[in-house]
Ligand binder design. Structure first.
Ligand SMILES: Cc1cc2nc3c(=O)[nH]c(=O)nc-3n(C[C@H](O)[C@H](O)[C@H](O)COP(=O)(O)O)c2cc1C
Length: 386
């Protein structure tokens, strides 16, 4: 690589960022981000299914000026996408949480702070100047979640996300093979991995080994055990969380239309259609396949977020055409930061934003809020009118 070319200049697609990240980040971390459950095919299927949605170009529409702003859950955002919750982001590249927070301000979009975040929810709220939403899992000790909700409320959070698709974890072969654990267990294999990625290792040592800070800052002394079962979570749990949380509540990880209706009836403010980026039920359908069915059963008005498989600005347009109101991006953010830190993240976001705007214009629209199933090329989907 020429000395004057920073890695981000070599990023022309999300796949470019992924390849660069694979070189710079230790295998243990890269595989944790990139990997999925079981045979890992669902991750691929998510993106392929999006890719198979073909849009209809429309011409002579004067699309000189295009609006990408979107109001969602009562907030005016500059774009129809935000950052999906991802645990232990600082493992990908030191300072990742701060980079994401800065981009959430710059772009005026939401950043979902994972319960297993490597920065405390209070600090993330400050770093993102209030653009943070808090994501939660219910572990064995439900009172810990109640403590986090109280902390979030006291900090100023207005939106909480309850992730319900990890009652138990599907096995991830690569993590098993690499010996990925939180906290790290460093044996000869991991030592070799870190030693062959000296930039990551030195920067990580200088910044401090990432830790699950919401647990560490808890007065209750709860320990983060990644494999701990969350299997006892049920409809009663959702009701208790709904009662406890006064702000907006999103339920994430919904793939079944029947579940979606029940969740709406329990009083959630929005549903996030997601198969966890292919990291849970290996044999599930693609997330985009579930979306129109859920939109249809919930009706036109109920707020729906979509994630899993988005790898381009066109994918965001496709998800909006299939019935989503808002989209969340996951791994591409990590690829960008793994490739070139803050610069890599910015490059990935710029690619997505540019493609979003161009796709909108080429389907003959100048406002993101006008996207509907009308822009889909296949007549069958067009006629579904969700
Ligand atoms: C490294 C990593 C960590 C994640 N951690 C969480 C988490 O803590 N909470 C959660 O609700 N989802 C988590 N997710 C799932 C994402 O929020 C999102 O559903 C998924 O990444 C979307 O798929 P995509 O990466 O293909 O875009 C994680 C995903 C990745 C890749």
């Amino acid at each position: 690589m020429s000395k004057n070319i920073t890695p981000s200049k070599k990023i022309h697609s999300i796949e470019d960022a992924r390849k660069l990240a694979k070189k710079r980040v230790p295998r243990l971390m890269f595989d944790f981000v990139d990997g999925a459950s079981g045979d890992e095919r669902l991750c691929e299927i998510n993106s392929t299914a999006l890719d198979q949605i073909r849009l209809e170009p429309k011409v002579l529409r004067n699309i000189e000026k295009r609006n990408l702003k979107k109001n969602f859950l009562g907030n005016d955002f500059n774009y129809p996408f935000g950052f999906a919750p991802m645990g232990m982001c600082n493992l990908t590249w030191p300072g990742a949480d701060k980079m994401l927070a800065e981009e959430s301000i710059e772009n005026n979009i939401p950043i979902c702070v994972s319960m297993a975040s490597s920065t405390s929810l209070e600090k993330m709220y400050k770093l993102s100047q209030g653009h943070s939403w808090l994501q939660l899992y219910i572990y064995q000790d439900e009172s810990f979640v109640m403590e986090l909700l109280e902390r979030a409320q006291n900090t100023g959070y207005k939106v909480a996300i309850l992730t319900v698709d990890v009652p138990i974890q599907f096995r991830r072969a690569k993590d098993e093979k690499n010996g990925f654990t939180v906290p790290f267990k460093i044996g000869p294999k991991q030592f070799f991995d870190f030693a062959t990625h000296p930039r990551w290792s030195l920067t990580t040592l200088l910044n401090g080994i990432p830790k699950p800070m919401n647990f560490i800052t808890s007065k209750r002394g709860n320990k983060f055990v990644r494999s701990e079962s969350r299997g006892a979570t049920d409809w009663e749990t959702l009701k208790r969380v709904r009662d406890a949380w006064k702000g907006k509540l999103i339920v994430k990880g919904v793939m079944s239309p029947e579940d979606a209706v029940k969740i709406k009836d329990t009083g959630a403010d929005a549903i996030q259609v997601s198969n966890h980026g292919g990291r849970q039920l290996e044999s599930a359908t693609s997330s985009i396949n579930a979306l129109p069915l859920i939109r249809k059963i919930l009706g036109k008005e109920f707020p729906i977020i979509f994630d899993s498989g988005i790898r381009s600005g066109s994918d965001i347009v496709r998800s909006l055409a299939f019935g989503a109101d808002y989209a969340m991006i996951g791994r591409p953010l990590m690829y960008g930061m793994g490739a070139d830190g803050a610069k890599g993240l910015r490059r990935v976001l710029n690619i997505i934003k540019e493609e979003l705007s161009t796709t909108l214009g080429l389907v003959g629209l100048n406002d993101i809020n006008d996207i509907s199933s009308e822009i889909i090329a296949e007549k069958f989907f067009k006629d579904m009118k969700y």
